[in-house]
Design a protein around this ligand. Structure first.
Ligand SMILES: [Zn+2]
Length: 148
């Protein structure tokens, strides 16, 4: 894959610059569609203080195709639209047919912990999220559950 660079305005009030720049080993692309790229930074260049690592950021592809520009924090609707899971614990993407499965969506629930079915041997004890995946080879579906 060609190298991608991110440019980050030093202030979110000054999208025209000045900018800091980051190499593609400092961020991860989690969604991409119609010129919009959602990324999370693993490591922020110095001088950038208006967001933090591992926040989902809304970026635009620049005319120079190898560059994306950070615009703002992504909204929760964008996270859903771009199908980016918000993990409670670590990332846990299941595999099927030898490949990572495709994330469909998640259910976040903070009440299920108070509703154990009668006879439950084990139950969720806290806010839980259930992540649904499907396989792009055989359509198998799978859910992963995590709790705080
Ligand atoms: Zn499969």
């Amino acid at each position: 894959m060609p190298k991608i660079k991110a440019i980050i305005p030093l202030s979110n009030d000054a999208l025209g610059g000045p900018f800091a720049s980051a190499d593609d080993d400092q961020f991860e692309i989690l969604g991409r569609r119609d010129g919009v790229v959602l990324v999370e930074f693993i490591d922020l260049p110095s001088g950038v203080a208006w967001f933090d690592t591992f926040e989902l950021m809304y970026c635009q592809e620049q005319h120079d195709a190898g560059t994306v520009k950070v615009i703002r924090k992504a909204t929760e609707q964008e996270r859903v639209l771009f199908r980016v899971p918000l993990w409670i614990q670590g990332e846990e993407v299941p595999e099927c047919c030898g490949r990572p499965m495709f994330f469909v969506g998640q259910i976040d629930d903070d009440r299920i912990c108070m509703e154990p079915p009668s006879g439950a041997k084990m139950w969720w004890h806290d806010k839980a999220s259930f992540y649904v995946f499907t396989c792009a080879q055989c359509l198998e579906s799978k859910a992963i559950g995590q709790q705080m």
